[in-house]
Design a protein around this ligand. Structure first.
Ligand SMILES: CC(=O)[C@@H](O)[C@H](O)COP(=O)(O)O
Ligand SMILES: NCC(=O)COP(=O)(O)O
Length: 239
């Protein structure tokens, strides 16, 4: 089974546009779960452009599905994870000012840093996932760091899907097979959508989880949040 974790960053973006509590991030997280999401993902960036530090503390006690906190593992991030005990921490190499995540880790170059961070997170009892591209040596190196999972950065797949979806998915299939071979769980995310999700799932049926935010929240403007979550769950169904 592949779990759907709804990334609610964009709910916070909308809320922050007026500085009040509308939409209410906690209520939306509860509703996503009520509508069938199997996880809630947030990416509390240092500039608090969407999810704030306060949001993390507000969400931690109310999320009853899998709570996944993404981010660059600096001291602030590690403190947030330690104090809020999510089910999973996803380590992303984003520098502070970046518009959105735009690359996976070079797990060879940063192996000492990542090994240390992963061991700290494991001591907190938190499952770890490392955001990676499809370079097979980065997947092999990830397995040596002690991480439980990787998250495949799917932007290149999404960007090339319309042009040639077989070609676009090929490196992801190879990377996922390598991850499976070296004993890693496999998550995927970034720019996944109702257009490209089903094909990814067909090609990598053993995906553990997808985290989806931007496209899902955009779709919810037209279809409503409950219907939209159901539509995404349908794409992941195995029957
Ligand atoms: C780690 C990752 O892939 C990101 O997709 C993410 O959480 C999106 O961040 P923004 O919502 O800030 O673009
Ligand atoms: N980890 C990816 C994520 O949480 C959502 O990415 P996107 O769907 O907002 O591009």
């Amino acid at each position: 089974m592949t779990s759907l974790s709804v990334n609610i960053n964009k709910i916070a973006t909308l809320r922050n546009a007026r500085g009040g509590e509308n939409p209410n991030v906690v209520n939306v997280a509860k509703d996503c779960e009520r509508f069938g999401a199997q996880g809630i993902t947030i990416h509390p960036r240092p500039d608090e452009r969407h999810i704030t530090t306060k949001d993390v503390y507000d969400l931690a006690p109310i999320v009853t599905t899998e709570f996944n906190i993404e981010g660059y593992p600096d001291e602030r991030f590690l403190e947030l994870v330690k104090n809020n005990n999510p089910a999973q921490a996803t380590l992303v190499p984003d520098p502070p000012g970046v518009l959105t995540s735009n690359a996976g880790w070079d797990t060879v170059k940063h192996q000492d840093f990542l090994k240390d961070v992963i061991s700290q997170l494991k001591n907190m009892g938190v499952r770890t996932s490392i955001f990676t591209g499809t370079d097979l040596k980065h997947i092999e190196a990830a397995a040596k760091l002690g991480t439980d999972r990787i998250e495949l950065y799917t932007e290149p797949y999404a960007a090339n899907y319309a042009k040639d979806r077989e070609k676009a998915v090929e490196p992801f299939v190879l990377a996922a097979k390598k991850a499976q071979e070296v004993g890693l769980g496999i998550n995927a995310g970034h720019d996944l959508s109702l257009e490209n999700l089903k094909f990814l799932k067909e090609k990598i049926p053993f995906l553990d989880e997808v985290s989806i935010g931007h496209a899902l929240i955009c779709d919810a403007l037209y279809f409503g949040l409950e219907n939209t979550i159901q539509l995404y769950l349908r794409e992941l169904r195995e029957d």
